[in-house]
Design a protein around this ligand. Structure first.
Ligand code: URP
Ligand code: ZN
Ligand code: ZN
Length: 480
């Protein structure tokens, strides 16, 4: 299949320039002005549009079993919705049940993801420690293209790990050339506060935010940064939502520690007032962890993206319909945690980022795809428009507007956290794997068209350096 994208302005993380883009067999083969269309090539008009790398969402949970429910977007509907918004790849999470195999979880998620309409990869969660976990981490890195492992410092009694597991797992990942992802919230503090709130008769969704105050996230971020620093290991903190956590990451980076931070589109623009909604179902629809925060935290998150101390944007797309949320009617701790946004992330970032002058178009590309591709070692296959890269492109209309709504979205969920928000900047066309799959409102995704993207381990020299920096035996002290 040959496709020529004609007449657009290519935008990458480092520059913008007028050029046509020729794609063949799913790969970009040529970029330049006034390219000749080969015979039988499909010509896609990009006149007046920006041609950018398709978005990569590094944090989604399609059809994830969680808190007694299963997230309602599956790999087909979720990746299709992403495509409608210009996202052409997701990195989801394979999560083993307590005491079960990491390899088994990777296989289980691989089977579920066969229906994906766009490319995908998996972080694999470590939810406990054993010799088997250590060995399987090695197998996943060597044989299955996994270079990142996820850890939850919250969700006590389910997914939460303690500091000992973090030390062992982060150390093992370093040895293997992989990076650890961290959900940073102090799970013991959360449970303690949940119990006190319930005992005080505060049972509604508003208690969710009260049980997870900013300090709960700030403490966990500080702690895991210290643990990684003991080992000289890089870490990636997911869904940073507070100035405390953003500050801890900035401070660590200023000390020369390799700490990365991810921000969700939702946390950038929504605040804690959503939990005050008089309608229980509406307030419950916003229950996610970390929760929405007082508005001033948004300033720190935007500053983190602008300064480069926070590198990626994601959505943690994990959606539950109203009847699923309703299981927590009498007890907020039972409301399944999760919100959506895979379809709207790019529009939110463009409107509130580029539209307000916070981000340049090139920085937009950096925080919506390039940095993710580089951190998770799939660059330049993904995250750039260049010869040899995958033909995953979004043809962006920087001037058109739309109003986000559950009535028009493609996500398989009965609520949209951005409902009613008018945004300027939208995906006019999306090309995934060299095929036009979103054409101005016409969604043409194909079940199973997405491919698993293996992610190679990081350079052994970087790992060796980190180990040498921290873990070699100090010279002995001479004593008489
Ligand atoms: O509320 C959330 N974020 N649900 C998904 C699981 C997680 O913590 O990422
Ligand atoms: Zn999380
Ligand atoms: Zn998540």
């Amino acid at each position: 299949m040959t496709l020529l994208v004609r007449g657009g302005t290519v935008v990458t993380a480092d520059r913008s320039f007028r050029a046509d883009v020729l794609c063949q067999g799913g790969t970009i083969v040529q970029i330049g002005p006034d390219l000749e269309a080969p015979s039988r090539a499909e010509v896609v008009d990009a006149g007046g549009l920006l041609v950018m790398p398709g978005g990569i969402d590094p944090h989604t949970h399609m059809e994830m079993p969680f808190m007694g429910q299963v997230a309602s977007d599956d790999f087909f509907t979720g990746t299709s919705a992403g495509v409608a918004g210009g996202t052409t790849m997701i990195i989801d999470f394979a999560i083993p049940g307590a005491g079960t195999s990491l390899l088994g979880a990777w296989r289980e998620w691989s089977a579920k993801a066969e229906k994906a309409a766009a490319d995908y990869s998996f972080h694999v969660a470590v939810t406990g420690w054993s010799e088997q976990v250590s060995e399987e981490m090695g197998t996943l890195v060597r044989d299955h293209g996994v270079n990142s492992f996820k850890h939850f410092m919250a969700y006590k009694g389910a997914l939460m790990v303690d500091d000992d597991v973090l030390l062992r797992s982060i150390g093992r990942a370093l040895e293997l050339g992989a990076i650890c992802n961290i959900h940073a919230e102090n799970g013991d503090a959360v449970v303690h506060l949940q119990q006190r709130l319930l005992a005080a008769g505060i049972t509604g969704p508003e208690a969710h935010a009260l049980s997870r105050p900013p300090v709960v996230e700030g403490e966990a971020a500080q702690r895991v940064i210290a643990i990684a620093s003991v080992l000289g290991a890089p870490i990636y903190i997911v869904h940073v939502s507070t100035e405390e956590a953003a500050g801890a990451i900035a401070a660590a980076r200023a000390r020369g520690e390799r700490v990365y931070g991810e921000v969700l589109a939702q946390h950038l623009v929504l605040d804690e007032s959503v939990y005050q909604n008089a309608d229980w179902a509406t307030a419950a629809a916003y229950v996610m962890s970390p929760p929405f925060r007082p508005r001033h935290h948004q300033k720190a998150l935007w500053a983190g993206l602008v300064s480069g101390n926070l590198q990626t944007t994601a959505t943690d797309h994990c959606v539950f319909c109203a009847p699923q949320k309703a299981v927590g009617r009498d007890d907020f701790t039972k409301i399944p945690n999760g919100t959506g946004g895979v379809e709207d992330r790019l529009s939110i970032l463009w409107h509130h980022g580029v539209g307000t002058g916070r981000l340049t178009p090139e920085e937009f590309v950096r925080v919506t795809s390039t940095n993710t591709a580089q951190i998770f070692n799939i660059y330049p296959r993904k995250g750039v428009v260049a010869p040899g890269s995958d033909a995953d492109l979004v043809l962006w209309d920087a001037h058109a507007s739309r109003t986000i709504s559950v009535k028009t979205h493609h996500q398989n969920v009965d609520f949209n956290v951005f409902e009613g928000m008018e945004v300027t900047g939208l995906a006019r066309r999306t090309i995934a794997g060299g095929k036009l799959v979103w054409d101005d409102g016409d969604l043409r995704t194909v079940r199973g068209a997405g491919c698993y993207i293996p992610r190679p381990a990081f350079s052994p020299s970087m790992q060796a350096l980190a180990i040498r920096n921290r873990l070699t035996a100090p010279k002995g002290v001479a004593r008489r």
